[in-house]
Design a protein around this ligand. Structure first.
Ligand SMILES: *Cc1c(COP(=O)(O)O)cnc(C)c1O
Length: 419
């Protein structure tokens, strides 16, 4: 048996301690190789059940009386994220709004807390929505948006961060795991460097929450936001989470003053008075049904355990790279993620000049779902909770056959609305 035999993948699956978790998700198409768990996590079986019950019982029968069960969901699910997903204490994480809106709230609060400093620091490989929010804040406040150059494949450079930081910087904000390459930023070192010049740091955990350990407490991190519909399997458009270190909570003031952030919400009083603690970072009525999906997703991920997910994530992506080296390099592919597993999150990106048409071909004729990322990259995300080693083998085997046959060349080169 050679390393590229499918039997190797089958052996790895037999001894995978997380294998049983696959049964906790709906898999209506058993032949589908789903390599996009980093964009939209699969549907947990219990979510489908809980949502049906929430619709018919809590909403249908309970009506307004059910708010008794719903009113604290932002905080209680936040506490579950703090206990099982990121390293934080109870009362330091809440679920609310979208990642984009939370970025805005926390970045604005941080800028207000550093009056007189006129620089917001980020990098050119940050996720577009992060960059747009910062552009908007800089434009509205007449601040300088200082943008570090980041290598698309290797991720954020500590030296570049060090060189860009000085006492003009109010806030620095980066992604913990780069959405394109999967490169991990050194959260502790960057946080320490920013603190040395008196700046605050805001981390985007969208691609790390639920896939790798997130050392917020031990790094002294200030602020973070994260997505729940990727590795946390909360469902499409599910509300995001935000983290504010305990001792900063009463010092910061976010800019959207809504009644869910008010001290005594149901007093219906005239003047806004920010609630103490993390509650002041809430805004308005949460999307309850989506919130229930977040709770279920968080529970199944936390139950598997981040350390076990990290071990499997490294093993799956290392196996993927091994097969890619063997089969795909001769076909013109190049690894566009860190080769060192310690520096890589749970997805792998491959560069190929024809990546867009290859991506279409995989989806439309091979029953493999990856995604495409500009400018010319194929992103493969075998989420450790739901993907098997055989999925990786089958996905790469179908990929090499597609490219060998040239069948992808029949697809248009024009990109679609959603990639
Ligand atoms: C997915 C993702 C987002 C998504 O933001 P939304 O407000 O949910 O659209 C933001 N930042 C990063 C880094 C992401 O990966």
């Amino acid at each position: 048996m050679t390393r590229t035999d499918r039997a190797v993948a089958e052996d790895l699956d037999r001894t995978d301690p997380l294998a049983a978790y696959r049964d906790r998700f709906l898999t209506p198409e058993p032949g589908l190789v789903y390599l996009d768990g980093n964009s939209l996590g699969r549907l947990p079986v219990t979510t489908a059940q809980r949502l049906t019950e929430a619709v018919t019982e809590q909403w249908g029968r309970g009506l307004i009386r059910s708010w008794e069960h719903w009113i604290e969901l932002s905080q209680s699910i936040g506490d579950e994220i703090a206990a099982g997903i990121v390293e934080a204490d109870p009362g330091e994480v809440v679920v609310s709004d979208s990642t984009t809106v939370n970025l805005y709230k926390l970045a604005a609060a941080a800028l207000d807390a550093r009056p007189g400093r006129r620089v917001l620091l980020t990098d050119d490989d940050n996720f577009p929505t992060d960059s747009y929010v910062f552009q908007g804040l800089a434009a509205a406040r007449g601040l300088e948006l200082r943008v570090i150059e980041t290598d698309l494949d290797e991720g954020l450079s500590i030296e570049a961060v060090r060189a860009a930081l000085n006492s003009d910087v109010a806030l620095a904000s980066f992604s913990h795991v780069a959405y394109r390459s999967g490169a991990i930023a050194d959260l502790a070192t960057v946080t320490g460097l920013a603190h040395d010049v008196g700046a605050l740091v805001l981390w985007d955990l969208s691609h790390s929450g639920g896939s790798i350990p997130v050392p917020l407490r031990s790094s002294g991190a200030d602020l973070a936001v994260g997505c729940t519909y990727k590795y946390l399997c909360g469902g499409p458009g599910a509300p995001a989470f935000l983290y504010v270190r305990r001792d900063l909570q009463d010092e910061l003031r976010q800019p959207i003053w809504g009644w869910f952030g008010q001290r005594d919400q149901f007093a219906m009083a005239g003047a806004y008075d920010a609630a103490p603690g993390l509650t002041r970072f809430l805004v308005g009525t949460p999307p309850v049904l989506s919130m229930i999906g977040v709770g279920e997703g968080v529970r199944v991920v936390a139950d598997a355990g981040i350390d076990a997910l990290r071990v499997k994530g490294q093993a799956l992506t290392s196996y993927l790279i091994e097969l890619a080296d063997e089969w795909l390099t001769p076909l013109g592919f190049r690894l566009a993620s860190p080769r060192d597993a310690e520096r890589r999150g749970s997805h792998v990106t491959l560069h190929h000049p024809d990546a867009w048409r290859i991506c279409r071909g995989l989806i439309e004729r091979c029953d493999v779902v990856p995604d495409f990322r500009t400018p010319d990259r194929l992103r493969l995300g075998p989420a450790p909770l739901t993907a098997s080693y055989a999925d990786v083998w089958d996905g790469l085997d179908r990929l090499r056959r597609l490219v060998e046959s040239g069948a992808h060349e029949s697809y248009p080169t024009q990109r679609a609305r959603v990639t």
